[in-house]
Design a protein around this ligand. Sequence first.
Ligand code: CUA
Length: 356
Amino acid sequence: MAEARDVVFHKATDQPNSKQGVRHAGRWAGLVVLAGVLSGCATQPSILDPHSPEADRIARLSWLLFGTAAVVFIFVTALLLIAIARSRQPADGDRLPPDTPEGDRRTLWMIIISGAVIPAVVLLILMGFGIATEQANAARTGGTGTIEVIAHQWWWEIHYPLHGVTTANELHIPVNTPFLVKLTSADVIHSFWIPQLHSKMDMLPGQTNTMWLQASQTGVYTGECAEYCGLQHAHMQFQVIVDSPDVFNAWLAQQQKPAPAPANDYVREGQQAFLGSACVYCHAIAGTNASSTLGPDLTHIASRLTLGAGAVPNNPGNLSGWIINSQAIKPGNQMPPMDLNSDQLQALLAYLATLK
Ligand code: CUA
């Protein structure tokens, strides 16, 4: 009981302070949210930081929509404030519209024009800009390169059919060179999205959607799955590596080569560990007997930036963790834990490190 009284007493005497406290807390909460939003802008790929002609159009459309919404918001808020101010003034009768049939008609027309006609015109104009943006972005922009992307739960299978290259979770394109990207899915609906380069495109089983992908600046762009597709939807990322034509061609030439034969006994031991274990049921390494296409092609695994479709950076520590128990890194993925002793694991890591 004494405790309860204490609480009441504190509340009663602290009232002004607690109000201040609420205001302070409100300000801090505002700052924290703002900081979060701004830091998000700095680290996450944003459609407002475009690096291709297509993304430029999308960013311009976004600003147009935002600007129009802001103008409408300010206009409507101003009208609302004027209405509130006038309703607080003493009613002297002659401020109100005369209660006549003519006055009623005027009110009705005002409601129709400002509530239906003006919004319809504004929305139709915005829809026109939206359709124009879509059409411009879907237009063929030239180029002869083709990339096929097949979405899986939860990784990306990637082919360069004209060049005989298969890889995973990484697209490489030369700067300022449009590539036709063909998108489909092996299981459920996914969505292909590189915020800084293009709009989203759904990936549907049994259907191929296409888009022209290009980038106007070299660099590494983050792509992600933009359609909820199961447990690891959030860990279904890919990288788009945009290089100069020379660097891109060197990458392509390297990817066309089969895996090198083991250069020494230790690496050969690692290759045997791979070929003698369950790895071969799902993975392919060109130049060996491993040729399953259930999981990502590992012919050039050492050249990739991440493991598990962006789940962790590709380095020896993460790779050994992934091999032994990938479920701890990305629960629900299709890869079972591998039963290897530490000698086999070390040799296998040495072998995989040669697959550049
Ligand atoms: Cu694939 Cu979400």
